[in-house]
Design a protein around this ligand. Structure first.
Ligand SMILES: *Cc1c(COP(=O)(O)O)cnc(C)c1O
Length: 470
């Protein structure tokens, strides 16, 4: 007996839903159709109706259903790449886009993006020009380099220098500098990809000038030093003096390159920050220096190769340069940012990276105290907020052992229960990441900490907490 089952229960009363066609014909749908197209709006309405039919959402009148479709469309069309609040305490955060451009740079980019430009056109002579012209003169003026070129990033700059100056030959590097910088950039691997043979000298902790002197020979194409960036060797250490090593290389007729990484154009110690070697000082010792555009320099993702004219010319002629070259956006942003350096008195105010790095802990604390009541009233009894001291770091490979005193808003569960449980903090962190402008903090010592060193737009920050479903 196939039908020996319970007679079907009376079907639950189904809401009488309007048809897709009917909803598409509502005047309320017009705006969405103009913005997103009929087919996308149809799909969104279908999804909203299915939610009601299958019990995932409550019934609503046509206007309510269309409003839900509009929210769906807005969420689906939100750009994947968008602004966030970086309150992690790491000012140059590689995962969060590193340096923030000054408005002058953003304007310069916008100006050349939607109109033709003289990217590779010499306006004086009316003939084909060189795209590096837009950055080279300024880089040379600011660093004392004889010539300079710009490529996609510093990893590309290192690859290009190695390939152009030492393909098929040996590159002499200290064993203590065979570092990995963020994931996939490992000096020995880059060296192999550039077609160079690595000639390690010295030991992990100590390398002397004589180690280099013994290694340099007829097969040497280049001597390279790598700024160790995101780690520090401490204790019984020694490295060859860069000036002496430069002298040795000149004597032997071998080019000497330094991969500087951060590439500060100014003396950070003057601003009370941890000292970093400047490009200018490094160029006085080396023939070629490579550095990033979006670390301490505070501009856009780029890699700069600066140094001796004859070597830069060789590097420029290398076919890889074409593959690693940058777009007009990059030159526009880099040029506008470099121009700010010509006016050093106002640099700390106009260059966002420097402005954030040089904020005083007292001012950050005062900002936190000022925001505390507004945040507390928004969170009500759902979370406790306190102002606490913390430390920020520069990030992006600048000395990791050096930190800067700062202040944070520390969020914890309500009540007296001491430090927050991991699950509560993780949930809160997730909710903050889901905000219209996601707020990224750091979980440490039983609290979700929002380091305010990098907070400039306070109103927009507070607005994220207006509808937090906590
Ligand atoms: C950051 C860094 C790099 C890589 O630079 P990107 O611009 O991120 O490609 C290479 N070398 C050193 C020493 C660095 O600090």
């Amino acid at each position: 007996m196939t039908n020996a089952v319970m007679p079907p229960a009376a079907p639950p009363t189904r809401p009488r839903l309007p048809s897709v066609e009917r909803l598409l014909g509502e005047p309320d749908a017009d705006g969405a159709i103009r913005a997103f197209g009929r087919s996308a709006v149809t799909d969104a309405i279908r999804a909203v109706l299915a939610d009601v039919r299958e019990g995932r959402a409550a019934e609503a009148d046509p206007a309510g259903l269309l409003a839900r479709a509009a929210v769906r469309l807005r969420d689906e069309n939100r750009p994947s790449l968008r602004p966030v609040f970086n309150l992690t305490g790491t000012v140059l955060h590689t995962n969060l886009g590193r340096a923030l451009l000054p408005p002058e740079a953003a304007e310069a980019v916008a100006a050349v993006m939607t109109r033709p430009s003289n990217l590779e056109f010499d306006l004086g002579r009316g003939e084909r020009g060189e795209r590096d012209a837009h950055a080279e003169a300024l880089i040379c003026q600011l660093t004392g380099a004889e010539a300079a070129i710009v490529v996609n990033n510093n990893a590309a700059a290192v690859l290009l220098v190695l390939n152009a100056l030492a393909m098929g030959r040996e590159v002499v590097v200290s064993r203590g500098e065979l570092v990995e910088i963020g994931g996939s950039f490992r000096i020995p691997d880059v060296m192999a990809r550039a077609g160079c043979r690595l000639r390690e000298v010295g030991t992990t902790n100590r390398t002397h000038l004589r180690d280099y002197a013994e290694a340099i020979g007829p097969r040497t194409g280049l001597v390279m030093k790598v700024h160790p960036s995101n780690y520090a060797i401490q204790g019984f250490t020694a490295e060859a003096d860069e000036a002496e090593l430069g002298g040795l290389c000149r004597e032997r007729g071998v080019p000497f390159a330094i991969d500087l990484g951060s590439g500060s154009l100014i003396d950070l110690a003057r601003y009370g920050l941890p000292p970093e070697p400047t490009v200018t000082a490094t160029l006085a010792r080396a023939d070629i220096v490579t550095f990033s555009g979006d670390k301490l320099l505070g501009a856009v993702q780029a890699g700069v190769v600066a140094g001796r004219r004859d070597l830069v010319a060789r590097i420029r002629r290398n076919p890889l340069k074409r593959a690693l070259r940058v777009d007009k956006m990059t030159y526009a942003a880099l040029e506008a940012t470099l121009r700010l350096y010509l006016h050093p008195e106002r640099l700390a105010e106009r260059l966002p990276t420097l402005r954030l790095l040089t904020r005083e802990a007292g001012a950050i604390r005062a900002q936190a105290e000022r925001l505390l009541p507004a945040l507390t009233s928004r969170l009500g009894d759902r979370a406790r907020v306190a102002v606490e001291p913390c430390t920020s770091q520069i990030g992006s490979g600048a000395l990791p052992v050096e930190t800067m005193p700062s202040a944070c808003l520390a969020l914890q569960p309500p009540g007296e229960g001491g430090r927050g449980s991991g699950a509560w903090l993780k949930r809160l962190a997730g909710l903050l990441r889901a905000c219209p402008v996601p707020v990224i903090g750091r979980i440490a010592d039983g609290a979700l900490r929002l380091d305010l060193r990098t907070l400039e737009d306070e109103a927009e920050f507070l607005a994220q907490f207006d509808r937090l479903p906590l």
